[in-house]
Design a protein around this ligand. Sequence first.
Ligand code: NI
Length: 138
Amino acid sequence: MAKLVRFSIALEDKLLAKFDRYAKSKKYQNRSDAIRALIRGELVKSEWRSGREVAGAIVLVYDHHRRELVNKLTDMQHDFHGMVISNQHVHLDHHNCLETIVVKGNPKKIEELADKLKSIKGVKYGALTAATTAKELP
Ligand code: NI
């Protein structure tokens, strides 16, 4: 277990009031939890900018009746095979599929793959969640 260190922060009262409303709306138990999450979020953003190895998930929703689309999605994932860790396909209904592609690797390459997948004609929704390998995140 990591050692906890206490420190104080000076903030303008209005900024603190706004932060407390934010933390409450996000269901944080206390200010420490809210600040910890914000710090970690910024460190992960910094990892993505630094070019170090990161992890993430690409979510796509598409109509599987468009066969050429399904082939393109598969081809593209093969082109980036070193980065794709896993792929989960869920049949949402008769027409629509939701696919979650878990990726790990260089941030720019992950963004490139996500952009290519999202821009395939027929993809109804696409999003990249930028996560972390947590190797350097306490
Ligand atoms: Ni399906």
